[in-house]
Design a protein around this ligand. Structure first.
Ligand code: NAP
Length: 278
């Protein structure tokens, strides 16, 4: 059995692609004493459930739905996790919880050479992923507006990030208003368009789509979402969320192991897993 164990907790967690991504990296680097697995922990026993990996000597864990916010009570959230209001990675050696989603997104936008400083960026959604995106984008100097189906939730996000991270100057718009806002980048942080609802888009059909913008869609299943297709049809550039998924995992990998992660191997493993599941 591997001596160094890491994993992901969630409920349900069987769908998680993280074991495939991390174990592919361990294999490529011949880190044979490392292994990553998935643990299903129901929300009502999270505190007790956390004892399992701790008692079994796990180095750390990733945290997915629905535990990202609740786990903050049981670990020591760092500044970033506090600012975003969610933890997706824990190091049990220090019991520090952090959040790698913002850096995963910003890292992938940089890798695609998308300008952010001074740019108008429209963020669709106001859930956990959106909070991470707005936090990361604000630190890059972007001017940000948020559109969410439930407008009150968008105002809640604005208020929370103001208090937790001192983020100022966020706008909340309707989709109608956003169409004329003049953004260069749209980041989809909603779950709209996710498999199996592949024909759905957060940009309502019939509302004119802005020409020549870049869309970054956090949704990565399917690889080419309906929103991305709308963007491409209007002369824009469209990027799916697989790179962000890879990078948020790679940051956790390096935190636990101290080893530089093989990004291409991790990305390739995810891509193969998605292709074979479709
Ligand atoms: P969440 O907290 O549940 O938020 C979901 C968001 O989607 C909310 O803003 C919600 O609006 C909106 N939404 C859901 N159904 C909608 C509909 N039919 N029409 C309009 N808006 C709708 O989820 P999350 O954790 O932020 O994750 C959001 C998405 O990002 C998921 O698909 C997740 O897989 C993806 N994600 C990807 C990565 C990556 O690495 N690529 C990382 C994190 C998350 P309301 O507030 O009105 O309900």
């Amino acid at each position: 059995m591997a001596q160094n164990r890491v994993g992901v907790i969630g409920f349900p967690v069987e769908h998680s692609l993280s074991p495939i991504m991390h174990n592919a990296a361990f294999e490529a680097l011949q880190m044979r004493d490392w292994h990553y697995d998935a643990m299903s922990i129901p929300p009502d026993i999270l505190r007790l459930g956390l004892r399992e990996p701790k008692n079994h000597g796990y180095i750390g864990i990733n945290v997915t739905v629905p535990h990202k916010e609740a786990i903050m009570e049981f670990v020591r959230p760092d500044d970033r996790a506090r600012a975003i209001g969610a933890v997706n990675t824990v190091d049990f050696r220090s019991n520090i919880g952090t959040n790698t989603d913002a850096d995963g997104l910003i890292g992938d936008l940089h890798a695609h050479q998308i300008p952010l400083s001074g740019e108008r960026v429209l963020v669709l959604g106001a859930g956990g992923a959106s909070r991470a995106a707005v936090y990361g984008l604000s630190r890059e100097g972007a001017r940000i507006a948020i559109v969410n189906r439930t407008k009150s939730r968008a105002y809640g996000l604005v208020e929370q990030l103001k208090i937790s991270a001192g983020v100022e100057g966020l706008d909340v718009l309707t989709l109608d208003e956003a169409a004329d806002w003049g953004m260069s980048l749209i980041v989809n942080c909603t779950s709209v368009g996710l498999h199996p609802h592949i024909n759905q888009t957060p940009w309502i059909h019939g509302l004119p789509f802005p020409d020549g913008v870049t869309v970054y869609d956090m949704v990565y299943r399917p690889a080419n979402t309906a929103l991305m297709q709308q963007c491409l049809a209007h002369g824009g550039r469209a990027i799916g969320g697989l790179g962000m998924l890879t990078r948020q995992g790679a940051i956790a990998f390096e935190l636990w192991t101290g080893v530089e992660p093989p990004l291409d191997v991790m990305y390739g493993a995810l891509q193969t897993a998605l292709e074979t599941s479709e």
